[in-house]
Design a protein around this ligand. Sequence first.
Ligand code: SF4
Length: 272
Amino acid sequence: MKSEVLYKTPKTLLNKGTGFLNGYSHTLNPYTGCTFACSYCYVRQMPVSIFRNGEWGSWVDVKLESAAILRKELKRAKTKGPVTIFMSSSTDPYQPVEAKEQVTRALLEVMVGEPPDFLFVQTRSPLVRRDIDLLQQLGDRVRVSMTVETDREDIRKHFTPSAPPVQARLKTLELLRDAGIPTQAAIAPVLPSTAAFPEILRPLVNRVCIDDYFMGDGSGGKRTKRLPVQVLYEELGLEEWYDPAAYQIVYDRFSQAFPKEQLFVSQQGFEP
Ligand code: SF4
């Protein structure tokens, strides 16, 4: 899909962590919009998408002057108490436009100079490997959470055709691990996967978060129900996976390969 790229200077960058992310003092979105355009993206149902011309995934706003704005806000926030940042709650900080615009990289540079108490980086993009040098400088103040909803590439293509391949995400987890960066795999939302999935992740991460639409979309699954997601399961004859009990299948499989203390469910896995 061709996407429209617009450039805007925001008034603020740091927002208060609320709801699902109330364990954080702040959330940080380098972009508005996300061209990964996942079918199930809960942001499709939020005002930022609803009140916008153009379908979610077909546009992205690049936030100009981000580094200068963040530097100022971060300094101020740190005088008021611990600063814990979730990046990002309604976009992917390493979506394709980041390769050229480097807003996320500029924000990381600011955070290396003015470190927050904790930074959680949520992405599904192999581009995060470009910033290993900066992430290393944040030491144990950072965790990179890589979304890997399934080990099945055919399933990934069916639900998120514009997102990066599973194999590239696994390779990125390996590189992050080798670089000593704290990581986790986020099976979020749970999509149909195979029994071999835990053994694929076992050598790569020592922390796995499992989440689904019913726990993790911020509305008990209601936002997801308003999207044409169910039909995607029906097309594959896999309706049993569109069910609040489906995450348990995955959790049980992972319990065979990971100790319980390395497995997190829903919000727990995204906390600082
Ligand atoms: S990567 Fe995240 S923010 Fe982007 S479309 Fe997919 S779910 Fe939404």
